[in-house]
Design a binder for this molecule. Structure first.
Ligand SMILES: C[S@@+](CC[C@H](N)C(=O)[O-])C[C@H]1O[C@@H](n2cnc3c(N)ncnc32)[C@H](O)[C@@H]1O
Length: 274
């Protein structure tokens, strides 16, 4: 099954751009729930996930962070405000970039945060130009994770840090193969996943030293069910944007993913040797 190209992913996000707020809120990523009795809202749970990932890193005031796949800028704004850092965000969706720029201007943060349309597969930045590279739920879209990780390593200064939140493959009794095939089938190639060990090997191959590797699957799992419920309720609004076929396909994916035991979620960090 062919993975969509970055351009196709960008067009997809552009088509959904103004609907996604109602689906996910301002953060376009999963939430973190402590346990099944935790009733925190989708919006608060999403901010928690940002904070969990940030908590795994050392972030110093004045650090320069590159956000790969920045959405409409919510995580970068949160990080810049909490840690007093500078951030540059890139997205493959032009509409997201426009919205991120508007949000930063109204938050009065345009002197420290900027956003641009760019493909993370081909980063338009010089070598060693960032202290931190941050990729919150974006690498799964990209055609070649290993390549993007090498790009991240290239733009990190020696001693620089990487933070990644990404879907991952969980093994079952028979290993990874059956789960990988089911995830690939349910996503029609849109969501590619690898196991945690393979992820760490890719980090090493990119010249990085793996750090934290947390399996947070049970904490993020409620996100798919909640997304399916919210999305189903948006049917009439969504159809003019994406058509019935795409709508039904997306909804069936959310439902399939919510029940897929092999589809996990990981928080990872790494650093570039000094
Ligand atoms: C699930 S959203 C996450 C957005 C953001 N990190 C957040 O948490 O709100 C995935 C993001 O990855 C971006 N993306 C996907 N492929 C990309 C690529 N090749 N280059 C740059 N951004 C990409 C999308 O445009 C989108 O902003």
């Amino acid at each position: 099954m062919n993975k969509p190209t970055p351009k196709e992913i960008g067009h997809g996000y552009d088509a959904f751009a103004d609907l996604l707020d109602q689906l996910w809120g301002e953060n376009l990523h999963h939430g973190y729930w402590d346990d099944p009795s935790d009733e925190v809202s989708v919006e608060d749970a999403a901010n928690r996930l940002t904070d969990k990932l940030a908590g795994l890193l050392t972030i110093e005031p004045g650090d320069r962070l590159l956000d790969l796949g920045c959405g409409i800028g919510a995580p970068a704004i949160r990080l810049a405000t909490t840690y007093q850092i500078e951030a540059v965000g890139v997205s493959i969706s032009g509409r997201q970039v426009e919205r991120a720029i508007e949000r930063v201007a109204s938050a009065g943060l345009a002197d420290r945060l900027s956003f641009q349309l760019a493909d993370a597969m081909d980063l338009p930045f010089p070598d060693e130009s960032f202290d931190i590279v941050w990729a919150l739920e974006s690498l799964h879209h990209m055609p070649d994770r290993a390549h993007v990780l090498r790009q991240a390593a290239r733009v990190l200064r020696p001693g620089g840090r990487l933070a990644v939140a990404d879907f991952m493959l969980l093994p079952d009794a028979g290993g990874y193969e059956a789960g990988a095939a089911r995830v690939n089938q349910a996503s029609k190639g849109v969501l590619s996943v690898v196991g945690l060990d393979e992820y760490q090997s890719m980090l090493r191959a990119a010249g990085l030293v793996p750090g934290a590797a947390e399996d947070v699957s049970k904490h993020t799992r409620p996100s798919w069910r909640r997304a399916a419920e919210r999305f189903a309720a948006l049917r009439e609004q969504a159809l003019p944007h994406i058509g019935a076929e795409q709508f039904d396909l997306t909804l069936s994916r959310f439902r399939a993913f919510s029940e897929e035991p092999a589809l996990g979620y990981a928080l990872l960090t790494a650093h570039k040797p000094a």
